[in-house]
Every structure is written in C-alpha cells, then in structure tokens.
Design a protein around this ligand. Structure first.
Ligand SMILES: C[S@@+](CC[C@H](N)C(=O)[O-])C[C@H]1O[C@@H](n2cnc3c(N)ncnc32)[C@H](O)[C@@H]1O
Length: 276
C-alpha cells in the first residue's frame, strides 16, 4: 500500500490527468536489451496502477502481460481497459510490494513506473530498505538476462518543477522520500542488476496539466499528484495566498518561466538494467 496516497480514491480520477507518454522508450529498451520483439516477451508491470503503460504494450501483443498493484480500485480500472486478446496471456494480481508473488525466473521484462517513492516512507532520506527488497524480488522473478526498466522522480528532477518553490517545507519532506539518481543506481547494482543506461525524460506531459498555472489553487488539480498530499493545511493556505498575489500582480507566467527547468533537469529519470 502507498503510505502517502489513497489509490482506491485516486483511481476515480487518475486517468483524467495521467498518461504514459514515454511507454515507447521502455518498449525500445526492453527489445534492444533482450534482443527479442515484444511479441516474444513475458512482461510484468509492477505497481501498474490503471494500466496506462501496459495498455501501450498490449497493442503489440506480448506473449504474456501481468499487471500487479496493491490497490483494488486501480486494478479494476486496468481490467476494464485491457480486454482479452487471442494471443496475449493476460493476468492481474493484487499484491503489496516489496513482495512479488511469482516463481523465480518468470519474466523477460519488468517495469516499475512512478512507484518507488510509494513503497515506503523514508524516514531519513538515506536508506530505502523496502525499495532494496523490491529490487531483490524483481531480480528473483526475472529470467537471467531479463530487463528491468524504472521510471522515477529523483530529488534532482524535483528542482525543475515550477511549483515547488511555492511550498518549500513540503518540498523538503518530498525530497526525503525520493531516492537520488545515484542511490537508485547503487541499489540496482547491489540487487544483482547490471545498469545499461539512464535517461532523463523531458516530458512534463506525464502530468498533462502541469502547466495549468492556476492549478495549485484547485483541490482536483492537486489530488492527482501525491506531492501535494504531504502539504499541511497551513502550507496549502499560504501557497494559495502567495499564488493569488502573483496572479493579481500579472506575473504568473514570468514566475512559471523562472522556475520551470524541466528541459534542463528532466521531468523523470529512466533506468534500464539487466539481470546478470
Ligand atoms: C503513481 S501510481 C503509478 C501507476 C502506474 N505505474 C503509472 O505509471 O501510471 C503508483 C501506483 O503504485 C501502487 N503502489 C503503491 N504502493 C504500492 C505497494 N507497496 N505495492 C504495490 N503497489 C503499490 C499504487 O496503488 C499506484 O497504483
């Protein structure tokens, strides 16, 4: 279960604002690193949510596609989206990470997208034991030579979000639950993966309403990004006051342009590794 977000609740609105704009990059990485076409791959989507990434892969008819998540609400949305194909062996599993209840050496490829920071609230920003366990489990269920791709926000990416300066205390708290780029690399290697490549995705379009500059004033806009769940009520009120003042002064666009650095620091990091 996520420690910071009620995903059964979020499942109602998730798809109205979340997409999978970089799914094609994961497909390319999986095919290149396994040397197989998607149609020959057994794939697991770990923390699949409403299945947006799986939906992209499904159209290429992988040999099998397994969607796993802790939230029944999110899984139900995924089930409604992916209907049986004659070729792909499709399955859904409700399970709570770090446990991944599958046999050893079951999958050619696994993906963990936008999930790592939910597995466990990190108390000190230094060690992430549940993430390590999750990577160990993922290593176990992949076949030798199998590929793991991860999409994760790191503290480095966070610097590029235009709105974080509006809530500095929340940002500090959020930074502590995000493993850094270096920590993710190290944890992958310690779990027995060989890291093959890392990328920065420049696409803020994972949150298509990212550049709605009045968005933070509205609960519906904030609710689909777990970041805001770490705000206290006082921080929200303070942010609203400041943002309204900037808006009334007519400098909101200038504020956005000054603080948005997605194109230099990247919106998210993508990691691709193989099981040795
Ligand atoms: C931000 S959503 C990402 C969903 C999907 N991967 C995507 O990128 O659209 C995070 C997902 O992780 C799931 N999750 C959080 N903690 C989990 C845990 N401990 N075990 C399994 N799933 C978890 C949530 O239920 C939610 O569906």
């Amino acid at each position: 279960m996520s420690n910071i977000t009620d995903y059964n609740e979020v499942s109602r609105s998730y798809d109205s604002v979340r997409k999978a704009p970089d799914a094609h990059i994961l497909k390319g990485l999986m095919e290149n690193l396994t040397g197989k076409n998607t149609e020959d791959l057994d794939i697991i989507d770990i923390g699949c949510g409403t299945g947006n990434y799986s939906e992209y892969f499904f159209q290429f008819e992988p040999r099998s596609l397994c969607l796993m998540d802790a939230s029944e609400g999110m899984l139900n949305k995924a089930k409604a989206k992916l209907t049986a194909s004659c070729r792909t062996q499709l399955s859904f599993k409700q399970a709570v990470l770090p446990v991944i209840p599958y046999e050893d050496n079951s999958f050619d490829a696994g993906m963990i997208n936008h999930v790592l920071h939910h597995i466990q609230k990190n108390p000190n920003g230094k060690s992430f034991p549940a993430v390590v366990q999750t990577l160990n489990e993922t290593h176990r269920i992949l076949k030798p030579g199998g590929v793991l791709t991860i999409i994760a926000e790191t503290p480095e990416n966070l610097e590029g979000n235009w709105y974080t300066n509006l809530v500095p205390e929340t940002t500090k708290r959020w930074r502590n639950i995000l493993p850094t780029h270096k920590q993710i690399k190290r944890m992958l290697e310690e779990s027995g993966f060989s890291l093959k490549s890392t990328y920065k995705t420049l696409m803020a379009s994972y949150l298509p309403n990212y550049d709605n500059l009045e968005g933070p004033l509205h609960e519906s806009w904030r609710n689909v990004n777990s970041f805001w769940s770490l705000c206290t009520e006082a921080e929200i009120q303070n942010m609203k006051q400041n943002l309204t003042q900037i808006k009334n002064e007519g400098t909101l666009q200038a504020y956005f342009e000054k603080h948005d650095k997605i194109y230099s620091v990247g919106a998210y990091d993508i990691f691709a590794a193989i099981k040795l």
